[in-house]
Design a protein around this ligand. Structure first.
Ligand SMILES: NC(=O)c1ccc[n+]([C@@H]2O[C@H](COP(=O)([O-])OP(=O)(O)OC[C@H]3O[C@@H](n4cnc5c(N)ncnc54)[C@H](O)[C@@H]3O)[C@@H](O)[C@H]2O)c1
Length: 342
């Protein structure tokens, strides 16, 4: 592969606009095609960002010479898109969640591995600037050995106007948001080996669960993942994630409005984190938008260096196992033994 990397973006909907903006600020990529079953969406993206618009992904792969494809459709089409990429020897980065079931996800990972192609999942929360700062604190060792974590995402923001599919999803907030928090749990604390879920539906107009709490057990540590679309607070902190990690020598806390506090034997360190700016980004989305840039830079770095992406397809099977396991625990009322579906 030589630079600039020629790529296509499939699925030009709500979140893909961030992908398109982030790619546009990178010099080593060239958007050669856009694709959406909605012709207006494909055309609008191509008009603004370049490339030839398509409404059929198979036609796109047949016609274009691509180095990679960026898949930003919703999960039911992810497998089809990844298998098309594998058939055409094209590397792929695909939005989360990779799939709704393990068979589909494993088939995608196998197809890309058999074709010997790089494959990354666009799991962006660990690429948020404040999460990298928390990880730096943990890696520095100042709080000692972590034994407790809480990763919290609670809001009353109306998520349904921009993502109407969330209203009809039988499985909703765990698949939509806790999935990111599971990946953060792994990023900060390592691999869980058991979990237990409590979840309810508060909003009567939706089908799935909108408030969930999952307790994860790790060797020598416990982590609580709590997620809600029904929680009011004194001011909106959407779409921020809060983190507390307690260790044997101290505590690191990422609180509202990106306030970082580190309590350690050296004292109390307070820091107001400033999210890197992009001309197209705007509050309150700026942290997420910046994370998209970081994901995409990581992907290009991996293509260049041959490094396996942090959130490779294979690695993401573990996140899917936690997500499906969380629903199994909810359905059975029993703890889930992590890894049982792998
Ligand atoms: N990482 C994050 O922070 C984050 C945030 C929001 C959404 N997402 C993920 O992004 C993905 C897209 O979500 P969204 O909210 O943008 O959805 P969306 O419905 O707004 O966009 C999906 C687009 O895909 C198109 N599409 C559907 N089937 C297609 C096909 N067969 N061929 C070509 N195009 C097709 C649709 O027409 C639509 O324009 C989901 O997987 C979602 O979980 C991630």
């Amino acid at each position: 592969m030589s630079r600039p990397y020629r790529f296509a973006l499939i699925g030009c909907g709500f979140f893909a606009q961030n992908h398109l903006q982030a790619w546009a600020e990178m010099s080593d990529v060239e958007l050669v095609a856009t694709c959406d079953i909605n012709p207006d969406s494909a055309a609008a993206a191509a008009e603004t960002f370049g490339g030839t618009p398509y409404t059929d992904a198979a036609e796109l792969f047949a016609n274009e010479e691509l180095d990679f494809v960026d898949i930003a459709t919703t999960p039911p089409t992810h497998r089809m898109m990844v298998e098309l990429a594998a058939q055409h020897q094209v590397a792929a980065i695909c939005q989360k969640p990779l799939a709704w079931d393990m068979n589909d996800a494993q088939a995608m990972v196998r197809a890309m591995a058999d074709a010997d192609l790089p494959f990354m999942v666009h799991e962006n929360f660990r690429f948020q600037y404040p999460m990298r700062k928390v990880k730096e604190v943990l890696d520095s060792g100042v709080i000692g050995r972590p034994f407790f974590g809480r990763i919290s995402f609670r809001t009353a923001h109306d998520v349904y106007s921009a993502q109407p599919w969330c209203m009809d999803a039988e499985r909703m907030i765990i698949a939509d948001v806790s999935v990111h928090q599971f990946d953060l749990t792994r990023f900060f604390l390592g691999e869980p080996d058991r979990l237990f879920t409590e979840a309810i539906r508060v909003n009567p107009q939706i089908k799935g669960e909108d408030v969930a709490t999952i307790v994860l057990g790790l060797p020598g540590a416990t982590c609580i993942v709590d997620t809600s679309y029904e929680s009011s607070s004194d001011h909106s902190t959407y779409p921020q994630t809060f983190v507390t990690i307690e260790g044997t020598d101290g505590t690191v806390t990422l609180g509202p409005d990106y306030h970082l506090q580190v309590v350690s034997p050296a004292g109390v360190h307070e820091e107001q984190l400033v999210i890197p700016e992009h001309s197209w980004a705007s509050e309150p989305w700026n942290c997420i938008q910046d994370s998209v840039v970081n994901v995409q830079h990581h992907w290009i770095h991996c293509l260049e260096s041959g490094q396996t992406p942090e959130t490779s397809g294979a690695d993401t099977l573990r996140v899917l196992d936690l997500t499906l396991g969380a629903y199994q625990s909810l359905d059975t009322g029993e703890p889930y033994r992590v890894g049982s579906m792998l």
